[in-house]
Design a protein around this ligand. Structure first.
Ligand SMILES: [Fe+2]
Length: 385
């Protein structure tokens, strides 16, 4: 960060935080809109959607549930949800779920106010002006989508993901309610937590980091170091769940301003080719990419090591920074996250196109160390085991 320059900082909407805060969120929403509740079948079957609709009924709110969101939501799912909203005269959107439901809900809220093809936004056009009133309750602690200005939607025809962007895409209000996340599978807790850690670390070392994003990212790293293990060990631990929800939201606020880095560029390419979960795709590359970036910003990696509880007193910056890489690797081992393609069940083979797809990405431009094609290929090959 150049201290002589000005910078904008974008903050998310109102947050309701703590056990039962979903009810506070519903109570505080002004007016009496008809909600489209956007969620997925798994949350419906697990009774989580019913938990929310009970609250809506108790508060006398009108709603219609759309629970057909799938992971990496395609444009067709957004179109179907939009039709449901039109047929039921919905005027607001309430998202319940992980990143996929939140991203689909954002895109639906865009369509409810803007008569423009999502593909146009995917081509770089910003969403200008308000979208339909949007509220969110995350049920994973990872994507930070409740705090970001982007929705990632899949264009199945073109076999690519589109990032729909604009300041208005952030929900007006969110609930970080541990009652809505406790009991999730341990694997989901671990992998989404790894995503949140990647957001925080990449935002912290980003070329676009500033003093505010640094504070947010460092706080998120510290919380994840303290609480992710115990949350993944026992996802009914409401205190750990809340700390992870807060950490994920802080990391989201950091990266929506500072951007991400190479881990996300490479992870996205792997995910679209092998359909690995986003969190796992990030975890596979985070330690090696940290080691690659270390020479560019050793002091920052020293701070990461310290935030993760490492004793770096009297160590030279590079050595101290290496402790951060080791701490992340150990965390992933403790969480039983695969660190090699073999462990992840991926029959990996690298193509030149995969490398080419990484280089022009925005996240790559935020990475603290410049990278060439050979170095990207080496990072792709790092998890060979
Ligand atoms: Fe991510």
């Amino acid at each position: 960060m150049n201290e002589s320059q000005t910078f904008p900082h974008f903050s998310p909407g109102k947050l309701f935080v703590g056990p039962g805060s979903s009810a506070d969120l519903v109570r505080e929403i002004p007016g009496n809109p008809v909600y489209l509740v956007v969620t997925d079948r798994g949350l419906s079957q697990a009774g989580m959607a019913a938990r929310l609709t009970r609250i809506l009924e108790q508060e006398g709110r009108r709603f219609h549930v759309f629970d057909n969101v799938v992971s990496d939501p395609p444009m067709e799912v957004v179109a179907s949800a939009f039709e449901t909203a039109k047929q039921n005269e919905c005027s607001a959107v309430l998202a319940l779920g992980g990143g996929s439901s939140l991203d689909a809900a954002k895109a639906v809220a865009v369509r409810m106010k803007h008569d423009v093809s999502l593909r146009d936004y995917g081509n770089g056009r910003l969403v200008k002006g308000p979208i339909a009133p949007l509220y969110a309750i995350p049920t994973t602690a990872g994507t930070g989508s409740e705090a970001t200005r982007v929705a990632v939607i899949t264009d199945v025809e073109k076999k690519e993901k589109m990032a729909i962007r604009g300041d208005h895409l952030t929900p007006l209000a969110c609930a970080l309610d541990p009652d809505m996340i406790v009991g999730i599978p341990a694997r989901i807790a671990a992998e989404t937590g790894a995503d949140a850690l990647t957001h925080a670390i990449e935002a912290f070392v980003s070329r676009n980091a500033n003093s505010i994003t640094d504070a947010l990212a460092l706080a998120a790293i510290e919380k994840i170091g303290l609480h992710l293990r115990r949350f993944a060990q026992d996802t009914t631990n409401a205190a750990a769940a809340l700390e992870m929800l807060v950490a994920s939201c802080l990391a989201g606020q950091a990266f929506t301003n500072a951007g991400l880095g190479l881990v996300h560029s490479i992870g996205e390419v792997l995910g679209s080719r092998y359909h690995t979960s986003h969190g796992l795709s990030c975890a596979l590359y985070l330690p090696a990419t940290m080691a690659f970036n270390l020479p560019a910003v050793p002091e920052k990696f020293t701070q990461i090591a310290r935030a993760l509880g490492e004793d770096v007193k009297d160590l030279a910056p590079e050595e101290a920074g290496n402790r951060a890489v080791g701490a992340v690797r150990k965390l992933f081992v403790d969480l039983k996250i695969p660190l090699t393609y073999a462990e992840a069940g991926i029959d990996f083979s690298l193509t030149p196109k995969m490398v080419d797809d990484v280089l022009p990405q925005f996240s790559t431009s935020c990475n603290p160390r410049k990278v060439d094609a050979d170095e990207v290929a080496a990072l792709f090959n790092a998890p060979m085991g």
